[in-house]
Design a protein around this ligand. Structure first.
Ligand code: HEC
Length: 302
């Protein structure tokens, strides 16, 4: 009997967990640039860091209305102002984890420049990652903007959903905010506790995923390919190196078929291994007449 009880408890514990709670999410180590042209390698975090990703959109009023909320979160948990750097109490010293906040823009119809200009204009104090080829979006699958994803220090999804309950539904703001889901989730994790809830319904604008019968946005050099070559390949593939150069639009275009058909012969370099999607993007680009794309999509110069 006792055995069965344990058994049942274990089963319940397993099934109450969020779908991908145990999935190691950030094995992919690609680099995304923020609105200030700073690169962020998503694999490059200290062990024990709590990571928060919030999908936004420049065009969604509820997402824009949350920028000040995220600025406050950033100030409270990520970059406390100097005056709060008081001597830590023993209890605070047990909070060895750090918190990182990233917003994410993943919209094929917004250029890198539009996104950067928007978040500078709205004075976002946190990095807004430009997910040019929607890789992070396709990994986490947000349904709405804004939607927050909180990863515990082991990299497991601990909470996803609304930032708070400011909106009962679209167009209906509550008179007062009574739940601060994001703050609650991160505070719990800092206290080595699971968040009070692991999921809530985000309220905002639906994220548009391409329909199966829809032609996807074209894969272009400036938007999709240049960031891959810059973060994965040009360390070795540059003038005066043994490997042929890939650091200009002319060289990349001339070698498009070679990249699409021949695997790299270079020494394995784990941090620069392209993701399967990046390899696929190189192929799609080579096989679709290598469009150059919009100059407003240029990644920052290396
Ligand atoms: C750590 C260094 C390094 C990195 C990073 C690297 N390569 Fe290479 N690659 C080389 C070297 C060295 C060669 C061999 C050059 C030679 O033999 O002439 C090579 C060869 C190649 C070849 C020619 C293979 C053949 O058989 O002709 C291709 C295509 C290629 N790399 C693509 C890439 C792409 C695309 C990336 C980025 C996604 C990349 N490489 C990243 C070092 C590297």
């Amino acid at each position: 009997m006792a055995f069965c009880l344990v058994c049942t408890t274990m089963l319940l514990a397993c099934c109450a967990a969020p779908e991908n709670a145990k999935a190691p999410i950030f094995q992919t180590n690609y680099t995304l640039f923020d609105q200030n042209a700073l690169p962020h390698n998503l694999a490059n975090t200290q062990p024990g860091t709590i990571r928060v990703f919030v999908f936004l959109s420049t065009q969604c009023p509820i997402a824009n209305a949350n920028i000040p909320t995220l600025n406050s979160f950033n100030q409270q948990f990520v970059n406390p102002p100097p005056e709060t750097n008081h001597k830590k109490t023993p209890e605070e010293n047990t909070h060895t984890q750090k918190v990182q906040l990233f917003a994410v823009i993943a919209d094929p119809y917004i250029t890198r420049k539009e996104s950067a200009d928007h978040y500078r204009e709205f004075k976002a104090s946190f990095p807004v990652l430009f997910d040019s080829s929607c890789q992070l979006r396709d990994l986490l699958k947000p349904t709405h903007v804004p939607e927050a994803f909180v990863f515990d220090p082991q990299g497991r999804l601990a909470y996803r959903g609304a930032i708070d309950n400011a909106w009962a539904e679209v167009g209906k703001r509550r008179p007062a905010i009574t739940r601060h889901y994001l703050v609650e989730a991160v505070t719990s994790l800092l206290n080595n506790q699971p968040p009070p809830i692991d999921k809530s319904q985000p309220v905002g604008c639906p994220v548009e995923y391409p329909a199966a019968n829809q032609t996807p946005a074209p894969i272009t050099y400036r938007r999709d390919i240049a960031p891959i070559l810059q973060t994965r390949c040009t360390l070795c593939h540059q003038p005066a190196a043994t490997a042929f150069p890939l650091n200009s639009i002319t060289q990349a275009t001339a070698n498009a078929n070679r990249m699409a058909t021949t695997p790299c012969k270079g020494p394995p370099h784990p941090a620069r291994q392209p993701t399967p999607r990046e390899t696929e993007l190189l192929k799609i680009w080579a096989n679709s007449a290598t469009p150059q794309g919009d100059t407003a999509d240029w990644p920052p110069a290396p």
